[in-house]
Design a protein around this ligand. Structure first.
Ligand SMILES: [Zn+2]
Length: 122
């Protein structure tokens, strides 16, 4: 039995939670339907990617708001450039973290039984 932390780490590195070798994504935004190594299906239902969006937006807002107030408390930067910096950070975070958040959702789905090998056919 793999620990949930290990599974989340494996999927954070964009690898299949089942075999830990196959790539979940082929590009920044293009997700494989199945693992190229073990063939496990990453998403079985339409709309499963919403969970990944929640992870992405949650972490983006948490680090943006937290970073804004932490930097403001530590260095008291001028308000407007400070705000502009964090808005740009927020947008970049959402775009660049998109694949990892969706992959981590695949890991959560794997831990709860949603990502599993298909039974053999024939
Ligand atoms: Zn695999």
């Amino acid at each position: 039995m793999k620990s949930w932390l290990h599974v989340l780490w494996v999927t954070f590195t964009l690898r299949c939670p089942n075999c830990e070798q196959g790539k979940i994504f082929t590009g920044l935004f293009r997700m494989n339907k199945t693992c190229p190594v073990c063939g496990v299906r990453f998403e079985r239902e339409d709309g499963e990617s919403v969970g990944g969006m929640y992870i992405n937006l949650g972490l983006a807002e948490l680090t943006t708001v937290g970073g804004f107030f932490l930097a403001d408390a530590l260095w008291h930067p001028p308000f407007e450039p400070h705000l502009i910096f964090w808005v740009i950070y927020n947008v970049l975070f959402i775009v660049l973290f998109y694949n990892r958040s969706r992959a981590m959702w695949v890991g959560i789905s794997y831990l709860t039984g949603g990502v599993r090998p298909d039974p053999p056919t024939a």
